[in-house]
Every structure is written in C-alpha cells, then in structure tokens.
Design a protein around this ligand. Structure first.
Ligand SMILES: [Zn+2]
Length: 454
C-alpha cells in the first residue's frame, strides 16, 4: 500500500521542481492552429515520461504526432489511462498579456502562460503525482498509460481514427480526462458527459464578381439574400430546428440526470452578470429546466456571417458570395454524419441546392454513467483533498473527443484537474493556481491508489 501521508509530504516539498518542469513545457509554443513546435512538444512530453520509466512511442497520425506511453505496475493487473494534449490555443491578442505567454511567470500564487492550465499543467501535475509514488516504492500500484495528443485545440481531427486503429495499444480499464476544475465555491466538479458537435461552413456563390447594385438589384440573384433565406429555414421562432429527422436520434435525459442537474446551483444570476443577457430562450427562467435545456438539447448556432460590404459609409454593391459558420451541438445519440446528410437533404428540399456545405469537424456526444464505480471512486477520493465531495454534472455543453474512449475503448471517463473559474483557458493571462495544482497531484495519487486496490 502507498503511504498517502508520505506522498503528500513529498508533493508539498517538491512543488518547485514540478513548476519548473511545467515552465519548460510552456516555453514551447505548440499552437496547433499555427502548427508550431508540435514535434518539439511531443518529444519533451515523451522524454518526461521516459524519465519516469515509461516505454514511450511517438506515433504519426497524418497531423500532429500522438505520444503513447505505458509503465507496468506490480501490485494490480489493472490499467489506468490518462488522456491529455500538448497543443495549445493561439496566444493572440498578445498585447493583453501581462507577461509573455510562452514564459511561465509566477504572480500572486498563480503561474501564468499559454497552455499552463489547458492542458500542460494537467500533464505535469499528473507526472508529479507519479513522482511522489515512485519516490516511495520505485513502483506504481497498477499499470499506467498516457495518451497525449497534439490536435485537441483544432478538433482532434485524427484522434478517432487513431484510436480505432490502436485499440490494443490503448486498452485500459478506465480513463482520467484532460481537464477538471473547482467551481466558484471551490467545489470540485465531476463532468461525466460532453456534447458532440458538427461544425459546418455554408457558402453561396451567385456570380463571378460583385456587381453594381443599381445594375443587378432587380435582375440578379444576391448571394447574401440567398444565404439569409437558407439560414432562415434552419430554425423556427420557437427555437425548433426544422431539419427533418434532426430530433429522431435525441435521447432524453434520464430521471437520474434530471436529479443531478437539479442539485446544481442556479445559474441565472451568474449568467446575467457575467454575460449581460437579460432573458433566456423558450421562456426559461431558471432552475432545473434551464440547466437541463442548457446541455441536453441540441443546438443550431450561427457563429458568424460574411458577405458584401461592411466598411464605413455606404457601398452600393450586390455581393457575389456569402458564407456562414454554423455549429450544431449534438446530444446522444446524434452523429455529425447524420446531421450532414439531413442538412443537405433539407437545403435541397427547401430550394437551396446551391448552398454548399463544408464540414469543418466534429464528433458525437460521449457520456459515462454517473453511477459508474470509477466515477464514484474519483468523486470519493476528492473529498480527502478538497474537503468537500465532488459535484457530479451529468453533461456539459462543450465538446471533446471522449466519444471514442467511451464507445470504442469501452472506458469510463472521469474528470479531475487543476482548473478554476478564473483560469482564462483560451484567453490572455491563462493561469493555474498553485494550491489547486498541488491538490490535483494529491488527488491523482489517491485515484491511482484506490483504483489499484478496488
Ligand atoms: Zn482548450
């Protein structure tokens, strides 16, 4: 058995070393969208794992390489997987950073850098937890695997196919997801499901060049109007998505899901102050109805619209081209493939065969049963570290590549991590709180130990 008190003492005493290691990883600008530093970051993560006795493979995917690592443990036959990513979001706008984004900087108990929370701090705090266990026994209580990809911030384009092809290599009994956080009351959250997404660009071209609106306004098709009319067919004024068959695959939340959503704090006031919104769709006013609608209903969101002239003053022009970015957030058991087919059929039927659909990425929703024993294990072990039990959230509105872990690899996926509400992931001044970094490492020790003993 691992002496948990001794691992805690180790972690308290060695924070500086782990933070220095995190700083080194943050110094590599591994921005997936700009394809910089990817190999270098994969190499460094691979080396960090090798130093801990892992056998490491850095494997090609057609995009950024994936790091897969394994270290056997003697006590238990079981395997625990950690999913992480070494890529980060672009640092821009640079002028809003208080310290350079790729130089990790300590201020007021927080470490600031691009990727320090999402997701490099999760990688190094987990390695830190292993250090504490290895310092005591020079052995891990169970098999540990890591899969660290480099395309999470651009939609994990190649990951599902990689997982499909490498099922044996990636076999494990359970998986700890790349992120986790405490809420504004310092309660750690357990997110057991992520919505899926189908992201498309819709584009219309009606002429080779923009035309004088006095010349063409009454006789030529206008790309902007065509696109607006096409978009107008997607959803009605009651927020019902009009694409035939769109709701057929929607699985309603279970009674247990609704019970768990009902236990979460009301968000009305927070949303009103944080975002300045005055009311909600469909007459929702708060409580469990709002929380359920927020994550258990699929969406059709116009993310952006582009056409014609939008500069100062007027320009009398008839646009030849128009385009819109649209995302559909999906719930179980919808798939991007189905939605793409339904969308094409719908636009054709509504008289818009000229609207082109470009699929920009996505994947189905993935969920783990909130009452799965592994979820319970991660929830229970948190209490000793955070002082309060984790709060289970059956589904969150965002998306991530957990679907192939849950369905192809058959692993229950639990979240745990270093994040907090002010962590500024994807934004300037991204940071981790050192106290939460340390707590996550302590939690990971407990997860591994309990998992090996279970
Ligand atoms: Zn991210």
């Amino acid at each position: 058995m691992t002496d948990i008190k001794r691992t805690d003492t180790y972690l308290d005493a060695h924070m500086d070393e782990s933070i220095a290691e995190l700083g080194k990883l943050c110094a590599i600008p591994s921005v997936a969208a700009q394809n910089t530093g990817m190999d270098e970051a994969a190499e460094l993560v691979g080396n960090m794992l090798r130093q801990r006795g892992f056998s490491v493979q850095i494997l090609p995917t057609g995009g950024a390489p994936v790091v897969v690592a394994e270290r056997k443990g003697k006590r238990s036959e079981k395997t625990l997987m950690f999913y992480n990513h070494y890529d980060v979001q672009p640092a821009e706008p640079l002028e809003l950073w208080e310290s350079p984004p790729f130089e990790a900087t300590l201020r007021d108990g927080c470490l600031y850098a691009r990727g320090v929370s999402d997701d490099k701090g999760h990688i190094t705090s987990r390695l830190f937890a292993l250090d504490a266990m290895l310092a005591q026994a020079d052995d891990l209580p169970c098999n540990i695997k890591f899969i660290v990809e480099g395309e999470e911030e651009i939609g994990s384009v190649h990951l599902p196919a990689f997982i499909e092809k490498n099922q044996e290599l990636l076999a494990a009994d359970a998986c700890v997801w790349e992120f986790g956080m405490v809420n504004h009351e310092e309660v750690p959250m357990q997110y057991v499901g992520l919505r899926g997404i189908c992201y498309v660009e819709l584009s219309v071209k009606t002429a080779d060049i923009d035309i004088h609106s006095g010349l063409g306004g009454s006789i030529f098709h206008n790309a902007a109007w065509r696109l607006v009319w096409a978009l107008n067919t997607l959803k009605d004024e009651h927020e019902r998505i009009r694409i035939p068959g769109f709701y057929d695959a929607v699985l309603p939340p279970s009674a247990r899901d609704i019970e768990l959503m009902g236990a979460l704090p009301d968000v009305v006031e927070e949303y009103q102050t944080r975002y300045g919104v005055k009311s909600f769709l469909k007459g929702l006013t708060g409580g469990v109805d709002l929380r359920v609608a927020e994550v258990f209903e699929p969406t059709c969101t116009i993310c952006g619209l582009t056409s014609g002239y939008q500069g100062p003053g007027s320009k009398t022009v008839l646009p030849a081209q128009a385009s819109a970015k649209v995302d559909f957030r999906l719930v179980p058991t919808q798939t991007p493939k189905q939605v793409l087919e339904q969308l094409r059929a719908h636009l054709d039927a509504e008289g818009f065969p000229e609207v082109e659909i470009t699929f920009l990425g996505g994947g189905p929703a993935g969920r783990t049963d909130p009452d799965d024993p592994f979820i319970q294990l991660v929830v229970d072990t948190a209490k000793d570290v955070y002082g309060v039990p984790m709060q289970i959230v059956p589904m969150i509105g965002g998306s991530g590549p957990n679907y192939p872990f849950v369905t192809v690899l058959n692993q229950p996926v639990a979240t745990a991590g270093v994040g907090h509400p002010g962590t500024q992931a994807h934004a300037p001044n991204e940071n981790v709180r050192l106290d939460l970094y340390l707590k996550h490492a302590k939690h990971v020790v407990r997860i591994i130990e309990a998992f090996a003993n279970a």
